[in-house]
Design a protein around this ligand. Structure first.
Ligand code: ATP
Length: 383
């Protein structure tokens, strides 16, 4: 069967394959470490030019997936294909992928120019061409004026830009980034995020980006892969994953901070009514919904303050934080249920308020909320 084909000599002798590709296909890719299944039969097809983010909490398998792609970790199952070429047997340097790591991994004794040009020199690219390409890459990340400095004299954001220039100067057919912004402070992180998006738009480089930060993933990626315990829980566009999370785990990860486990009192078509004393919510049944108990997932910012709104509920405010344009608050219902909400109005602890939320923004999932957001495996997990 062609899936078991070994890499051909024709592909193996290209030190830096530069041809773009139509699709990169991870086909049931698995990686085990002893008894731990770090990545469990991941199927993912990435289109040439796409920006894909692998997202999930610590330990979900994102770095493992990236390292399998890079060739830094052999697979224990499955295959990786670049169009019709099987690449999972190739060593990292034969794959033609660029890597950008969290810790930059720059050579401290080489200048910025030396770091960016290093890979080209190693590959025997002529000096004049190396100089031209390094200049181009430095201009791209706006570091031309820092070319003669040693990395130790640069800020974290500048060092990360050197790392990015070093990766793109090789014109890789795929760029792999592992939490590249996590060592930067909040302001720089936002700047570099825009920078990475701009670079992707101008170069059209296919990128696989690992992060545990849902905002970063939503902002950057064309498509997200939400991982848990080595399994892909959902693959979709930022809009899909944000608006229609596949389950309460993804919902929790996408900021549906309220995961309210409630008895079901009525169902009509796709509308479900959940209730307990002091709280009655009508929401939309999600795929697989069934049973007498359900979980209503609601984002704090979908609540609004005011009387006579749909899904009205009364809360007594316990904690209120000022977040600039809005307040993030925690209220408690009559039955002692904690509700997180964000509203533009000024609210204070002790306020008794009426809130509402549009039924279409209440997602009703089957099952229980426990153990869904902490990354713990659920009963019935496919393993
Ligand atoms: P983080 O953000 O913390 O790096 P991650 O989502 O990238 O987490 P991985 O590093 O891919 O997660 O790890 C997935 C699982 O595989 C974890 O349970 C981890 O402990 C395990 N694991 C990863 N590398 C090894 C290794 N070299 N030996 C043994 N177990 C490993």
């Amino acid at each position: 069967m062609s899936h078991n084909a070994t890499p051909t000599a024709a592909t193996a002798h290209h030190a830096v394959p530069r041809a773009a590709f139509r699709t990169l296909r991870m086909d049931g890719v698995s990686r085990r470490f002893g008894a731990v299944t770090a990545l469990d039969r991941l199927d993912l097809t990435i289109e040439g030019g796409e920006f894909v983010a692998l997202l999930g909490p610590s330990g979900c398998g994102k770095s493992t997936a990236l390292n399998c792609l890079a060739g830094l970790l052999p697979l224990t199952g499955g295959a990786i294909w670049l169009d019709d070429e099987r690449v999972d047997g190739l060593p990292p340097e034969k794959r033609g992928f660029g890597m950008v790591f969290q810790n930059y991994a720059l050579f401290p004794h080489l200048t910025v120019r030396g770091n960016v040009g290093f890979g080209l020199a190693v590959r025997g690219v002529p000096k004049a061409e190396t100089a031209r390409r390094v200049d181009e890459a430095l201009a791209l990340v706006e570091l031309s004026d820092q070319a003669g400095k040693l990395p130790g004299r640069l800020s974290g954001g500048q060092q990360q830009r050197v790392a990015i220039a070093r990766a793109v100067v090789l014109r890789p057919r795929l760029v792999l980034m592992d939490e590249p912004l996590s060592n930067l402070d909040a302001k720089l992180r936002l700047q570099m995020r825009t920078e990475i998006r701009r670079l992707h738009q101008s170069l059209g480089l296919t990128t696989v980006y690992v992060t545990h930060d849902q905002e970063e993933a939503l902002a950057l990626a064309d498509r997200l892969v939400v991982l848990r315990g080595g399994l892909a829980e959902q693959i979709g566009s930022p809009e899909q994953v944000y608006t229609y999370p596949a389950n309460t785990y993804v919902a929790g990860f996408m900021g549906y901070r309220n995961l309210l486990e409630l008895p079901v009192v009525a169902r009509e078509g796709d509308r479900v009514v959940l209730a307990e004393p002091g709280l009655r919510l009508t929401g939309v049944a999600q795929e697989g919904f069934r049973g007498a108990t359900a979980v209503a997932a609601v984002r704090p910012d979908d609540f609004a303050l005011g009387a006579h709104l749909a899904n009205a509920l009364r809360v007594s405010v316990e904690v209120a934080e000022f977040h600039g344009r809005e307040m993030a608050a925690e209220g408690v219902t009559e039955a002692g249920r904690v509700v997180h909400f964000r509203v533009p109005e000024r609210v204070r602890p002790g306020d008794r308020l009426e809130l509402g939320v549009p039924p279409e923004r209440v997602l009703v999932f089957a099952g229980t909320a426990s153990a869904e957001v902490d990354g713990a495996p659920r009963p019935g997990d496919r393993r």
